[in-house]
Design a protein around this ligand. Structure first.
Ligand code: FES
Ligand code: FES
Length: 154
């Protein structure tokens, strides 16, 4: 039986088995490829998406567990032609090297900014501590989140 999902404000349907990880459904069925497969067991954060506003590891979340809940992926924050505030801030700060971690970083940052519009650098680091970046781009990422927070306030 198909699972009905609310993704980026749209009703979407997936034929995947209920225990299929949400990440596979997003990438394979819905062609939403921003969330990445890193470790596959909830340790790296590359697959992070928002579910009802909270960051969730989509690699370990069965699709049936999020049926009817509000899922937001990086694609829901803006478009290439019209990036969202956070996306633009990452571009402006050049906050990526390989970029593999960035979608997950941005989704965790988005959840932080929703609950704390003016976070300190320490609060940003704490919020993103579960998102690993093997390229060592952390300082730029923190600056990008600070820039987005400032941009959203002005
Ligand atoms: S791929 Fe999901 S946490 Fe690493
Ligand atoms: S930019 Fe390469 S893993 Fe973060």
């Amino acid at each position: 039986m198909a699972t009905t999902l609310d993704v980026n404000g749209e009703r979407r349907s997936s034929p995947a088995a209920p225990e299929t990880p949400l990440l596979y459904v997003l990438r394979n069925d819905l062609e939403l490829n921003a969330a990445k497969y890193g470790c596959g067991f909830g340790q790296c954060g590359a697959c992070t998406v928002l579910v009802d506003g909270a960051p969730v590891r989509s690699c370990t979340t069965p699709v049936a567990a999020v049926a009817g809940r509000k899922i937001v992926t990086l694609e829901g924050l803006g478009t290439l032609a019209k990036p969202g505030v956070l996306q633009q801030a990452f571009i402006d700060e050049q906050a990526a090297q390989c970029g593999y971690c960035v979608a997950g970083m941005m989704m965790s940052a988005q959840a932080l900014l929703a609950r704390n519009p003016d976070p300190s650098a320490t609060q940003i680091r704490t919020a993103l501590a579960g998102n690993l970046c093997r390229c060592g781009t952390h300082n730029r990422i923190v600056r990008a989140v600070q820039r987005a927070a400032k941009g959203a306030r002005t």
